[in-house]
Design a protein around this ligand. Sequence first.
Ligand SMILES: Cc1cc2nc3c(=O)[nH]c(=O)nc-3n(C[C@H](O)[C@H](O)[C@H](O)COP(=O)(O)O)c2cc1C
Length: 173
Amino acid sequence: MNHKSLVIFFSRPDENYNVGDTKVGNTEILAKNLAEYLSADTFAIVPQEKYPADYQSCVEKATEEKDADARPAYIGEVENFDDYDTIFLGYPIWWGDLPMIVYTFLENHDFSGKTVIPFNTHEGSGNAGTFEALKAKLSTANVIGNGFNISGIKAREEEGKEKITSWAKELGY
Ligand SMILES: Cc1cc2nc3c(=O)[nH]c(=O)nc-3n(C[C@H](O)[C@H](O)[C@H](O)COP(=O)(O)O)c2cc1C
């Protein structure tokens, strides 16, 4: 079957747990490797208000957003979202959940009938129940349960590239 796939991701550069100060976030590296393998388009969810560069301040900001169930705004929009039948959705785990800005994106789009394939990076929490959360949230889409997750530090290495491409291959992409 021919798929028209789009890789959507949120990822934050700068200081992070286990990886120090980075120019490109862990999930972004993984997402770009996946998109290259798939020859797919990408869309980065970029916050209108940049997250703090230092890890501790970012953690505090993310806590505030989660406590408030906030929907932070992002920049730009996917062109021709309706044309894609398959959405690979990448994100870091923040407080055992999707970052709130990813919910903003999900709620702004109609995923009906699309296949949604989640992947994430973390530093210990695995997928943290987010694959199930996505299934509940996007009830009119086909969210697959066997998404991909890897630690942020490994996502940056060759191993991350190999693992995500073999996972996509196993799924038939
Ligand atoms: C605000 C914040 C909250 C986080 N919460 C968790 C968590 O609950 N569980 C976990 O395993 N990792 C957590 N992490 C670590 C990130 O999931 C991990 O560093 C991820 O690879 C970051 O991806 P990115 O560089 O693409 O943003 C958190 C990181 C931040 C900045």
